[in-house]
Design a protein around this ligand. Structure first.
Ligand SMILES: [Zn+2]
Length: 203
Protein backbone atom coordinates (compact mmCIF):
# COMPACT_ATOMS: atom_id res chain seq x y z
CA UNK A 1 0.00 0.00 0.00
CA UNK A 2 1.37 3.42 -0.85
CA UNK A 3 1.85 6.09 1.82
CA UNK A 4 -0.73 8.22 0.05
CA UNK A 5 -3.28 5.49 0.71
CA UNK A 6 -3.23 6.25 4.43
CA UNK A 7 -5.36 9.33 4.01
CA UNK A 8 -8.55 8.75 5.97
CA UNK A 9 -11.23 7.14 3.85
CA UNK A 10 -8.84 5.71 1.26
CA UNK A 11 -8.27 1.99 0.83
CA UNK A 12 -10.35 -0.98 1.91
CA UNK A 13 -13.30 0.03 4.09
CA UNK A 14 -14.07 -3.58 4.98
CA UNK A 15 -10.94 -3.80 7.09
CA UNK A 16 -11.87 -0.81 9.23
CA UNK A 17 -12.69 -1.29 12.87
CA UNK A 18 -14.76 0.98 15.06
CA UNK A 19 -12.67 3.13 17.38
CA UNK A 20 -14.59 1.98 20.41
CA UNK A 21 -13.74 -1.68 19.76
CA UNK A 22 -10.01 -1.12 20.01
CA UNK A 23 -7.85 -0.65 23.07
CA UNK A 24 -6.37 2.80 23.09
CA UNK A 25 -3.90 4.93 25.01
CA UNK A 26 -4.27 8.70 25.39
CA UNK A 27 -1.27 10.85 26.14
CA UNK A 28 -3.47 13.74 27.33
CA UNK A 29 -4.85 11.71 30.23
CA UNK A 30 -1.41 10.68 31.38
CA UNK A 31 -0.19 14.25 31.03
CA UNK A 32 -3.10 15.69 33.02
CA UNK A 33 -2.71 12.94 35.63
CA UNK A 34 0.94 13.87 36.15
CA UNK A 35 2.29 10.47 35.10
CA UNK A 36 4.81 11.65 32.53
CA UNK A 37 7.97 12.02 34.58
CA UNK A 38 11.29 10.48 33.57
CA UNK A 39 11.82 7.16 35.30
CA UNK A 40 8.20 6.76 36.32
CA UNK A 41 6.40 3.52 35.57
CA UNK A 42 2.72 2.84 36.07
CA UNK A 43 -0.07 0.46 35.10
CA UNK A 44 -3.03 1.71 33.08
CA UNK A 45 -6.25 -0.31 33.12
CA UNK A 46 -8.97 -0.46 30.49
CA UNK A 47 -12.61 -0.84 31.46
CA UNK A 48 -15.83 -1.56 29.69
CA UNK A 49 -19.04 -1.01 31.63
CA UNK A 50 -16.94 -0.82 34.82
CA UNK A 51 -15.44 -4.27 34.16
CA UNK A 52 -11.65 -4.33 33.71
CA UNK A 53 -10.76 -5.57 30.22
CA UNK A 54 -6.99 -5.49 30.47
CA UNK A 55 -4.09 -3.34 31.42
CA UNK A 56 -0.83 -2.02 30.12
CA UNK A 57 2.47 -1.13 31.77
CA UNK A 58 4.01 2.21 30.90
CA UNK A 59 7.65 3.14 31.50
CA UNK A 60 8.49 6.80 30.94
CA UNK A 61 12.06 7.00 29.67
CA UNK A 62 12.08 10.78 29.58
CA UNK A 63 10.54 13.70 27.73
CA UNK A 64 11.18 12.08 24.36
CA UNK A 65 10.04 8.48 24.71
CA UNK A 66 8.14 5.91 26.71
CA UNK A 67 7.63 2.14 26.51
CA UNK A 68 4.30 0.30 26.43
CA UNK A 69 4.38 -3.22 27.90
CA UNK A 70 1.43 -5.54 27.41
CA UNK A 71 0.27 -9.06 26.65
CA UNK A 72 -0.84 -10.20 23.23
CA UNK A 73 -2.42 -13.36 21.88
CA UNK A 74 -5.33 -15.49 23.01
CA UNK A 75 -5.66 -17.17 26.39
CA UNK A 76 -3.68 -20.32 25.55
CA UNK A 77 -0.89 -18.45 23.76
CA UNK A 78 -0.10 -15.29 25.66
CA UNK A 79 3.20 -13.53 25.24
CA UNK A 80 4.78 -10.33 26.44
CA UNK A 81 5.06 -7.47 23.99
CA UNK A 82 6.76 -4.13 24.31
CA UNK A 83 6.79 -1.10 22.07
CA UNK A 84 8.83 2.07 22.44
CA UNK A 85 6.93 5.21 21.44
CA UNK A 86 8.65 8.53 20.75
CA UNK A 87 7.09 11.68 22.20
CA UNK A 88 6.88 15.18 20.73
CA UNK A 89 5.97 18.46 22.39
CA UNK A 90 4.14 21.51 21.16
CA UNK A 91 3.78 24.88 22.84
CA UNK A 92 0.57 25.86 24.57
CA UNK A 93 -0.45 28.93 26.49
CA UNK A 94 1.39 30.32 29.53
CA UNK A 95 4.71 28.80 28.49
CA UNK A 96 3.47 25.25 29.00
CA UNK A 97 3.84 22.45 26.50
CA UNK A 98 1.63 19.61 25.41
CA UNK A 99 3.04 16.12 24.80
CA UNK A 100 2.07 13.90 21.88
CA UNK A 101 2.79 10.38 20.82
CA UNK A 102 4.75 10.10 17.59
CA UNK A 103 3.02 7.35 15.61
CA UNK A 104 5.62 4.60 15.07
CA UNK A 105 4.31 3.98 11.55
CA UNK A 106 3.73 7.38 9.94
CA UNK A 107 5.79 9.48 12.42
CA UNK A 108 2.99 12.02 12.75
CA UNK A 109 1.85 13.45 16.08
CA UNK A 110 -1.15 11.76 17.66
CA UNK A 111 -2.98 12.25 20.94
CA UNK A 112 -4.35 8.69 20.85
CA UNK A 113 -2.81 5.41 19.72
CA UNK A 114 -4.88 2.28 19.07
CA UNK A 115 -3.81 -1.32 19.43
CA UNK A 116 -4.45 -3.62 16.52
CA UNK A 117 -2.72 -6.93 15.79
CA UNK A 118 -0.58 -6.46 18.85
CA UNK A 119 0.92 -3.09 17.89
CA UNK A 120 0.03 0.52 18.66
CA UNK A 121 -0.29 3.20 15.97
CA UNK A 122 -2.42 6.24 15.16
CA UNK A 123 -5.99 5.98 13.90
CA UNK A 124 -4.98 6.59 10.31
CA UNK A 125 -2.41 3.80 10.29
CA UNK A 126 -4.73 1.43 12.18
CA UNK A 127 -7.63 2.20 9.85
CA UNK A 128 -9.94 3.17 12.68
CA UNK A 129 -13.47 4.20 11.80
CA UNK A 130 -15.57 6.74 13.64
CA UNK A 131 -19.25 7.50 13.22
CA UNK A 132 -19.85 9.86 10.31
CA UNK A 133 -20.99 12.56 12.74
CA UNK A 134 -17.80 12.26 14.76
CA UNK A 135 -15.81 12.02 11.55
CA UNK A 136 -17.22 15.28 10.18
CA UNK A 137 -16.48 17.13 13.40
CA UNK A 138 -12.94 15.83 13.44
CA UNK A 139 -12.29 16.59 9.79
CA UNK A 140 -13.26 20.21 10.43
CA UNK A 141 -10.92 20.53 13.40
CA UNK A 142 -8.01 18.97 11.48
CA UNK A 143 -8.62 21.38 8.60
CA UNK A 144 -8.52 24.36 10.96
CA UNK A 145 -5.45 22.98 12.71
CA UNK A 146 -3.59 22.58 9.42
CA UNK A 147 -4.43 26.17 8.47
CA UNK A 148 -3.06 27.45 11.78
CA UNK A 149 0.02 25.28 11.44
CA UNK A 150 0.77 26.90 8.11
CA UNK A 151 1.39 30.03 10.18
CA UNK A 152 3.05 28.79 13.36
CA UNK A 153 4.52 25.50 12.15
CA UNK A 154 3.94 21.98 13.39
CA UNK A 155 5.74 22.60 16.67
CA UNK A 156 3.47 25.57 17.42
CA UNK A 157 6.23 28.11 18.05
CA UNK A 158 5.50 31.83 17.86
CA UNK A 159 7.05 33.25 14.69
CA UNK A 160 9.19 36.29 15.41
CA UNK A 161 7.12 39.33 14.51
CA UNK A 162 3.79 37.76 15.47
CA UNK A 163 2.04 39.62 18.27
CA UNK A 164 1.74 37.67 21.51
CA UNK A 165 -2.00 38.21 21.56
CA UNK A 166 -2.39 36.78 18.08
CA UNK A 167 -0.24 33.80 19.01
CA UNK A 168 -2.28 33.16 22.20
CA UNK A 169 -5.46 33.25 20.15
CA UNK A 170 -4.11 30.66 17.70
CA UNK A 171 -3.00 28.40 20.56
CA UNK A 172 -6.48 28.65 22.08
CA UNK A 173 -7.97 27.60 18.76
CA UNK A 174 -5.64 24.61 18.57
CA UNK A 175 -6.62 23.66 22.11
CA UNK A 176 -10.29 23.90 21.13
CA UNK A 177 -9.62 21.63 18.13
CA UNK A 178 -8.17 19.01 20.44
CA UNK A 179 -11.10 19.25 22.84
CA UNK A 180 -13.60 18.92 20.02
CA UNK A 181 -11.85 15.80 18.80
CA UNK A 182 -12.02 14.33 22.32
CA UNK A 183 -15.74 15.18 22.44
CA UNK A 184 -16.31 13.64 19.01
CA UNK A 185 -14.80 10.42 20.26
CA UNK A 186 -17.15 10.48 23.26
CA UNK A 187 -20.12 10.71 20.89
CA UNK A 188 -18.91 7.55 19.13
CA UNK A 189 -18.32 5.75 22.44
CA UNK A 190 -21.76 6.70 23.76
CA UNK A 191 -23.34 5.13 20.68
CA UNK A 192 -21.55 1.88 21.41
CA UNK A 193 -22.65 1.87 25.05
CA UNK A 194 -26.24 2.32 23.95
CA UNK A 195 -25.94 -0.60 21.54
CA UNK A 196 -24.44 -2.82 24.25
CA UNK A 197 -27.25 -1.86 26.60
CA UNK A 198 -29.90 -2.79 24.05
CA UNK A 199 -28.28 -6.14 23.36
CA UNK A 200 -28.04 -6.97 27.07
CA UNK A 201 -31.73 -6.25 27.58
CA UNK A 202 -32.67 -8.46 24.63
CA UNK A 203 -30.88 -11.48 26.05
ZN1 LIG B 1 0.27 6.76 11.99
Amino acid sequence: MSRGGMRYGAGRPSSKLKAEHLLRVEIGRWHRGGYLHAGRSFTWSWHRSDEPTGNIGVVVHGADSLALQYMVGSDDQRRDASQTIRLAHTACNYGKSRPWFVCPVCQRRAGVLYMRAGRFACRHCQRVAYSSQAEDAMTRTWRLQRRIEETIGEDWQRPSGMRHRTYARLLNQLEACQQKRDAAFCVAAAGLLRRIGVRDLAR
